[in-house]
Write a protein that binds this ligand. Structure first.
Ligand code: NAD
Ligand code: DAU
Length: 326
C-alpha cells in the first residue's frame, strides 16, 4: 500500500510518519512524503534512508507534481499547511495559497487518479471560539483568524469533493498539540526554549485564553484511526487533552524549567484572539475507540527534557527566522 503524506517535514506530520515506520504490521504502508520545506519544515524531522520512506521536495500547489504522486498513491494524509496564527495576521497570502489552493490541487488530483481514503487534517479553530461547552462535529464553522478561515475553506472544500464527486474524504479537527519537534514559534516550544536560554516569555493579554492541550502522539493515533476505521464523508473531532488558561500553562512550563514568574512579560494581546477552544470528541471515542493516553504534566516534563537535550535541532530553526516571530 502506498501512502502519500503531505507536510511531514513539519511537527505533526513527521511524528505521524515515524509512528507508521515504527510499525511492524505486515500491512504497514510504503510512505511518500511531499513537503516544500518552508521555514517550518526540516529534514531533521524525518528518518531519511528508511526502506519504506521516500521524500519528495515540492509544493502542494504544483499540479503536475501532485498529479504524478497521487497517481502512485492508494491513500493520502494531508498535513501540509501554513499553521501559525500570528503569521496569518501579518499576511494571509501564503495561507490562502497553500491551505486553500494547495488543498484543492490535491483533491482534484486525488479524484482524477482514483485515490482511496483522503484524510484532511483540519483544526478545532474552524469552529471559532466558545465560552462554555464543547463543539460537536455538526456545529457551524465560524473561523476568526485568516489562518482558521483558510483552514475552514479547505475543510469545506474537502467535504464538498465527497458530496459532489464521491471522493472518500475524512476530516479530522484536533485541539492544540504539544511535544518534541514543534517549531519554536508556537507557545509551548517558544516558552521552553526562551526559558532554557534564560530569556523572558511573552504572555499575550491577561493570559486568560483557554486551549485544550493534547500530546502529538495522541493526535497521530487519532489520525490513523480515522484513516483505517473512519467512514467516508465524516468529520471526527480529536481532543481530550487538558484544558488550561495560558496563565496556567505558563505556570506549568515555569515549574518544569525551574524558572519563576519574573521571567514572564505580559505583552499586547493577539488581534482577534479566540478566547477558548473545546471539541466534543465522543464520536471518535465511540466509533473508532480513540482515547488520548498522555497525561499533561508528565508529557510537558518529557517535552522540556527533549528540548533541553536537542539544542542542535531548535537553535538553527530559531536563527532561521531571525527572532522575528520568536
Ligand atoms: P508545521 O507548520 O509544523 O508543518 C507544516 C509543514 O507543511 C512544514 O513541513 C512545511 O514545510 C509544509 N508545507 C507548508 N506549505 C507547503 C506547501 N505549499 N507544499 C508542501 N508542503 C508545505 O505544522 P503542524 O503544526 O505540524 O500542523 C500540521 C497540520 O495539522 C496543519 O494542517 C495544521 O493546520 C493542523 N493542526 C495543527 C495543530 C497544532 O496544534 N499544531 C492542531 C490541529 C491541527
Ligand atoms: O487549536 C489548534 C491550533 O493550535 C492549530 O490549528 C494551529 O496550527 C496551532 O498553531 C495552534 O494555534 P494557537 O493559536 O492556539 O497556538 P499558539 O501556540 O500560537 O498559541 C497558543 C496560545 O498561547 C494562544 O492563546 C496565544 C498564546 N500565546 C502564543 C504565543 C506564540 C502567547 O500568549 N504568547 C506567545 O508568544
Amino acid at each position: 500500500m502506498n501512502l502519500l503524506v503531505t507536510g511531514a517535514a513539519g511537527f505533526i506530520g513527521s511524528r505521524y510518519v515515524r509512528m507508521l515506520l515504527d510499525s511492524r504490521a505486515p500491512d504497514a504502508p510504503h510512505i511518500t512524503v511531499l513537503d516544500k520545506l518552508t521555514y517550518a519544515g526540516t529534514l531533521d524531522n524525518l528518518e531519511l534512508g528508511h526502506p519504506r520512506l521516500e521524500f519528495v521536495q515540492g509544493d502542494i500547489c504544483d499540479a503536475e507534481l501532485v498529479d504524478k504522486l497521487t497517481s502512485e498513491a492508494d491513500q493520502v494524509v494531508h498535513f501540509a499547511a501554513e499553521s501559525h496564527v500570528d503569521r496569518s495576521i501579518m499576511g494571509a497570502a501564503d495561507f490562502v495559497r497553500t491551505n486553500v489552493v494547495g488543498t484543492q490541487t490535491l483533491l482534484d488530483s486525488a479524484l482524477r487518479n482514483g485515490v482511496g481514503a483522503f484524510v484532511h487534517v483540519s483544526t478545532d479553530e474552524v469552529y471559532g471560539s466558545i465560552d462554555e461547552g464543547s463543539w460537536p462535529e455538526e456545529h457551524p464553522l465560524a473561523p476568526n483568524s485568516p489562518y482558521s478561515a483558510s483552514k475552514a475553506s479547505s475543510d469545506l472544500l474537502a467535504l464538498a469533493y465527497h458530496r459532489t464527486h464521491g471522493l472518500d474524504v475524512r476530516v479530522t479537527r484536533c485541539s492544540n498539540n504539544y511535544g518534541p519537534h514543534q517549531f519554536p514559534e508556537k507557545v509551548v516550544p517558544l516558552f521552553i526554549t526562551n526559558l532554557l536560554d534564560g530569556r523572558k516569555v511573552p504572555l499575550y493579554g491577561k493570559g486568560l485564553n483557554v486551549r485544550d492541550w493534547l500530546h502529538v502522539e495522541d493526535h497521530c493515533q487519532g489520525v490513523d484511526l480515522v484513516r483505517t476505521k473512519g467512514r467516508p464523508g465524516e468529520v471526527y473531532n480529536i481532543g481530550g487533552g487538558t484544558e488550561l488558561s495560558n496563565k496556567e500553562l505558563t505556570g506549568l512550563l515555569l515549574d518544569a524549567c525551574g524558572a519563576d514568574w519574573d521571567m514572564v512579560e505580559y505583552v499586547e494581546d493577539r488581534k482577534g484572539h479566540d478566547l477558548r477552544y473545546s471539541v466534543d470528541w465522543s464520536k471518535a471515542r465511540t466509533e473508532l475507540g480513540y482515547r488520548p493516553r498522555h497525561e499533561l504534566r508528565s508529557g510537558l516534563a518529557d517535552t522540556v527534557a527533549w528540548y533541553r537535550d536537542n539544542r542542535d535541532w531548535w537553535e538553527p530553526l530559531k536563527r532561521r527566522v531571525g527572532g522575528e516571530h520568536v
